[in-house]
Design a protein around this ligand. Structure first.
Ligand code: DAH
Length: 348
């Protein structure tokens, strides 16, 4: 059992060791040796119970004093060593302020986003408002309300991503990924009465195998104008103005008769080739490039949303954004838009 003298010697030894400690790790070893769970001082304090009351009082007092002193000594040394360590590292790790900085990588707008913005800006200039609808849509809005009957080929499993389909017979409540932006027409007209002048950009989905001109996800911009006395001439004039602003003053459009279930009459619209101006060349073949589908809103569609086809009429159109971007910027393959290759994305 330690005596008062023994404790004093122990303290002197510990103090000496603390004094000589050259780093924090060594200092910690000393702390454990004396003050740890099984440390020398701790052991003395633990065994006090075995002593006579007088001895316990004397040795206890001294041992506690030694423990307090050691704790203070160690804390002081710790501070000193930490300071030295920081000074040592600072001396070692000098900063070379002449090194060039790290450049952050700046992103840029995707070409598809840019083309959508260019298209919508033109129509905003003509007084149209932007409308939006969900990408996950009901069969009712995507097909049925757009005068597309249940047996229409566009509703088949081959062309459409259905979310869930319990029966092989199409139902109005089937959930699908919209195959075009046209359902936004229905959603807008069901919410508000005429007049309507809206433009609806967004994604559309079809079960296409990707190739240079097909992608299962692509973008469209839908347009709809319904008002008193709207004619096919208004449609043509609007598309001509759009073409001039989008592609250039000298570009022409050509309307070819076509069929869409939700417009009557319907047309496909071509823009004259920038290279040959409609004469025909290697780029375009015939001199014309198809950019959109359009027509006069079918009376069945107007009635479906509660409009009176005797009072109002309208035109609608839907254009393929990727197609327009490919024509304008000479992009040879639609898949390049979605590969996320920065060498492509950065060019625009
Ligand atoms: N929704 C058609 C498609 O995806 C494009 C279209 C044609 C939209 C005629 C229209 C329209 O609004 O009137 O092929």
């Amino acid at each position: 059992m330690a005596s008062r003298m023994g404790l004093e010697i122990m303290y002197e030894e510990a103090k000496d060791a603390i004094e000589k400690a050259s780093d924090l790790r060594e200092l910690d070893q000393i702390r454990i040796e004396y003050l740890g769970k099984k440390g020398k001082i701790t052991s003395v304090l633990k065994s006090l119970g075995k002593l006579s009351p007088e001895e316990r009082k004397e040795i206890g007092l001294v041992a506690n004093k030694v423990r307090q002193n050691l704790e203070t000594d160690i804390a002081e040394k710790q501070e000193e060593l930490s300071r030295l360590e920081i000074e040592r590292r600072l001396a070692l790790e000098s900063v070379d302020i002449t090194l060039p900085g790290r450049q952050p990588v700046f992103g840029n707008r995707h070409l598809i986003a840019k083309v959508i913005q260019d298209i919508t800006n033109i129509f905003i200039g003509l007084g149209y408002k932007i409308a939006e609808g969900p990408e996950i849509e009901l069969d009712y809005y995507n097909f049925k309300a757009l005068n597309t009957p249940a047996d229409h080929p566009a509703r088949s499993l081959q062309d459409t991503f259905y979310i869930k389909r319990e029966s092989i017979h199409p139902s109005d409540n089937d959930i699908l990924l919209r195959t075009h932006t046209s359902p936004v027409q229905i959603r807008v007209m069901k919410k508000q009465g005429p007049p309507v002048y809206i433009i609806a950009p967004g994604k559309a989905f079809r079960r296409d195998v990707p190739d240079p001109t097909h992608s299962p996800m692509f973008h469209q911009v839908e347009g709809l104008a319904v008002d008193k006395g709207i004619t096919f001439g208004d449609l043509k004039g609007t598309l001509e103005e759009f073409t001039r602003q989008m592609f250039g003053k000298d570009r022409q459009i050509r309307l070819r008769p076509h069929f869409f279930p939700f417009t009557e009459p319907s047309a496909e619209v071509d823009v004259s080739c920038a290279v040959c101006r409609g004469a025909g060349c290697r780029i375009c073949g015939t001199g014309w490039l198809e950019i959109l589908g359009a027509g006069m809103v079918d009376p069945n569609v107007l009635m479906e949303v509660g409009y009176n086809p005797e009072e109002v009429s309208g035109f609608a159109f839907g254009m393929g954004v990727e197609r327009i971007a490919m024509l304008m910027y000479g992009v040879p393959d639609i898949r390049m838009f979605f590969d996320n290759d920065m060498r492509f994305v950065k060019q625009f």
